[in-house]
Design a binder for this molecule. Structure first.
Ligand code: ATP
Ligand code: ZN
Length: 223
């Protein structure tokens, strides 16, 4: 790709649950970025870093393909994408971050009895994370049908699209509103800073070192 040789390119979520925390983290690291608004690509004024604003789902691929050097993305999205590509080592996780916390959980309609994971056998499970869900079921030795939906997973049981779901939970209020209860946590996640697995050139490596040093100071102070 035709990238500037001396500026790091970082993919961040354009809008959504990770956007503000990602921007706040960069700010806390002393990196000045003018308000994103409509731009796809922004240059930091005082640091050799450019930001690309994209959907979170695109971030693992942008980093693994080398379009971006770095990305801030949920480990849930990252692991799903790595499993799908079958190349978990096309990226390096530089830092686990202290925001974006959530868990991927199997949830059932409140009235459905549940004693153990064996009760999932033969059911249809709706999820946006088919790879993580299938891996969990295989690990548990349970065979069930995984139905992939890109959104609104929590209404699938009511629509008759599935018996149960596997979806992200942070507070549980969405589950409650849909009369579902979480029974198994299959993956715990926070945001992470990832890097393409190939070595950076000297300028970029130096810039990354500075970012990581500042980030460690910021996260230690916050944590
Ligand atoms: P995009 O438009 O970028 O595709 P999205 O709707 O897929 O956005 P968000 O809902 O903004 O994504 O969530 C982004 C990430 O935030 C999730 O992948 C997850 O890592 C994290 N997250 C934290 N808490 C939650 C939660 N309660 N529900 C969903 N995601 C959460
Ligand atoms: Zn998304």
């Amino acid at each position: 790709a035709n990238l500037p040789k001396d500026r790091l390119r970082l993919a961040v979520q354009k809008s959504g649950r990770l956007h503000t925390d990602s921007m706040d983290l960069l700010k806390a690291c002393g990196i000045k970025i003018k308000s994103p608004k409509e731009k796809l690509l922004l240059h930091a004024d005082n640091f050799p870093l450019d930001l690309l604003f994209v959907r979170d789902d695109d971030i693992p691929q942008l980093v693994m393909d080398g379009v971006c050097d770095l990305g801030i993305v949920g480990q849930n999205v990252l692991e799903e994408s790595a499993l799908e590509r079958g190349t978990a080592n096309a990226y390096v996780s530089e830092r686990v971050l202290d925001f974006g916390g959530c868990r991927l959980a199997i949830a059932l309609p409140e009235e459905r009895p549940y004693a153990s994971v064996k009760d999932l056998a033969g059911l249809r499970i709706a999820t946006s994370y088919p790879q993580l869900t299938k891996r969990y079921l295989a690990q548990q030795g349970v065979s069930a049908d995984v139905v992939t939906l890109s959104g609104s997973v929590e209404i699938a049981p009511r629509l008759g699209l599935a018996d149960v779901i596997c979806d992200l939970v942070s507070s549980g209020s969405t589950l409650e509103a849909n009369k579902l209860r979480a029974v198994e946590t299959i993956f715990k996640s926070t945001a992470a800073l990832i890097r393409n697995a190939r070595p950076l050139n000297a300028e970029k490596a130096h810039a990354l070192e500075i970012i990581l040093r500042r980030l460690d100071g910021v996260q230690k102070a916050a944590g």
